[in-house]
Design a protein around this ligand. Sequence first.
Ligand SMILES: Cc1cc2nc3c(=O)[nH]c(=O)nc-3n(C[C@H](O)[C@H](O)[C@H](O)COP(=O)(O)OP(=O)(O)OC[C@H]3O[C@@H](n4cnc5c(N)ncnc54)[C@H](O)[C@@H]3O)c2cc1C
Length: 326
Amino acid sequence: MLVETTTTTSAVDASYSSTVTVKAVAPTPVAEPRYHQDFNGNYKFAPIQESIVTRAMIRRYWRDMDDAAVSDVVIVGAGSAGLSCAYTLAKADPTLKVTIIEAGVAPGGGAWLGGQLMTPMVIRKPAHTLLDELEIPYEDEGDYVVVKHAALFTSTVLSKTLLLPNVRMFNATAAEDLVIRHDKSTGSKRVGGVVTNWTLVTLNHHNQSCMDPSTVTAPVVCSFAGHDGPFGAASVKRLVSAGLVEKLGDMRALDMNMAEDSVVNNTREIFPGLIVGGMELAEFDGLPRMGPTFGAMLSSGVKAAKEALKVLESLKGRVQDGIVVA
Ligand SMILES: Cc1cc2nc3c(=O)[nH]c(=O)nc-3n(C[C@H](O)[C@H](O)[C@H](O)COP(=O)(O)OP(=O)(O)OC[C@H]3O[C@@H](n4cnc5c(N)ncnc54)[C@H](O)[C@@H]3O)c2cc1C
């Protein structure tokens, strides 16, 4: 702000007298900083209203749900196999809309620890190539590698997957069921998406009835729901209860050498529209378990991504709003 002041000077030379106009700049009131990063006891956050925080989440969450309601691929389960698939698929084709449905609050499945709750993660070659791609360091032991902590793998693959703009993940959300439609072009049934609900709701269907779910429609579902359990092996168990498959093979006793090759080699579209990998496939096919070696999970995810790209290619021009049309 400029302030005009008038001063009369006459002290030194009485003959000299003049009027001087001084334009003084009044100090501008210094605005309090909206935030201040001082870790010496003067840390200050930018102000906010509680309603703004709520709306910031709601708007983005609903926008994501709205957008993901029709996806190109739905991935059930964000364990080591599901995350390896999501990363490979979304990276291979950035135009694909990839939606991950994870029942747990914390994605990662059984890949936060190695065997018997120990931290190192053993991965047999050649599955270490995914570690190279993800820039995860390991100790090279010749035929196998060891990541110093399983959490280093899981946190890295998770963050690199979520950084891809074409991936959305809804955790604490269970795939309660499959969408199974009649495919007019083949005359048979095909999986066309998943039925979802908040996991806490899914867990309480026996306490409170009529809590209806919603859906994610997609021409391809990749399921990595893990071992049989309250949620595990969800997609393959549903094929059985829907009468579309006679029974599960059930995971067999441990045989590391046979198990890992078999899981990767058999990762496939087990039913039109449904690709299954990881330990859920071991339950479906009756493959041996492999113990605490994770290479099969990583490579099964990569193989499933390749299979999904093939299926999508074969459906080109036949998908409308996520539904395969004749
Ligand atoms: C009983 C048991 C035996 C094991 N045996 C072996 C073994 O022999 N070999 C071995 O390598 N590892 C074994 N493990 C360890 C470990 O579970 C697996 O190796 C590995 O984590 C499997 O990877 P995955 O991605 O297939 O499944 P998981 O890591 O189990 O991930 C599955 C994910 O899917 C989510 N999910 C499940 N159902 C749903 C649903 N309906 N909707 C949405 N999300 C869902 C789960 O929350 C989880 O995050 C075993 C674990 C258990 C509990």
